[in-house]
Design a protein around this ligand. Sequence first.
Ligand code: ADP
Ligand code: MG
Ligand code: ZN
Length: 316
Amino acid sequence: MARTVIAGDFGGTNLRAALVADSGEVLARREVPTPAAGTAEEALASVDALLADVRAGAAAAPVAACIAAAGLIDAERGLVLVSPNVPSFRNLPLGAALAGRTGLPAAIENDASAAALGEHRFGAARGARHVLHATLGTGIGGGIVIDGRLHRGAAGLAGEIGHIVIDAAGPVCACGSRGCLEALAGGVAFARRARRLLETGAAPVLAALCAGREPAAADLARAAARGETAALAEIRNGGHLLGVGLASLVNVLNPDVVTLSGGLLGMGEPLLESLREAMAASAYGPASATPVRVSELGEDAGLLGAAAVALALAEG
Ligand code: ADP
Ligand code: MG
Ligand code: ZN
């Protein structure tokens, strides 16, 4: 019989949990709305209920559990330091809570780091030894796999690729620094680019799409798809900066492959093409040929990432 693990994914919208086989097959799944308000105890109670539900469907005892969450996660000590999706989880020993409540070896992990291991085990980086994964969403996250193992760093913070500085005099970032990759080409930054475009009056298609409401990154993509050249130029410029940032990381890490996931990929070929061109142009020597692949895990990327971490834990 296949070994199974319990995987959890704390998203901005839903808390999801699943029973996952070591083949990557999702055997059972549940989700509830993310408890954005309320106490940590209440949030933990919904986690409990989710996990119990998922586990009830298991034919044999799962071998480990992992919850992946956005934010600052000290995976070594099992501490959620800061969680943007569940603000009540501050300095919370979620790893110990998970182990205690499931009676299983348990871990928590930063969601982008887990995604990197998920791509390595089940997705677009299967068969690679070294992987750099980038999550291109509201913010920009990342994860690093070296020799098939997650690289966590001294305090679990490795892979925060959204906060490499591209322009030291650039806009202020959510982290407090200036000109970070995320501040220039994350989802929030693309929304700001869209707002600036609207102010110039050079984007009538975008203006009609937004009709008075605040533009989002996705609106730039829609305007570009309808032929608005100013919107397309913003996407290409953002893609270029992403490629420049990734090139620096590729020069440091020399991965076999770079994998990408996240909502900004909805911008399609214009983003990917400019990203790939800039990466190839800026990376040093043979590293410029490093392949860039889009995630194959889709909706289940978070769960499969957590499952990959749980399986690695069980395998030692
Ligand atoms: P997160 O988990 O960080 O919230 P997602 O991976 O869901 O992020 O991505 C959300 C970001 O992707 C938002 O900035 C949103 O505007 C943008 N987005 C969503 N759909 C599209 C699309 N079709 N084209 C471009 N951007 C998109
Ligand atoms: Mg990470
Ligand atoms: Zn930053």
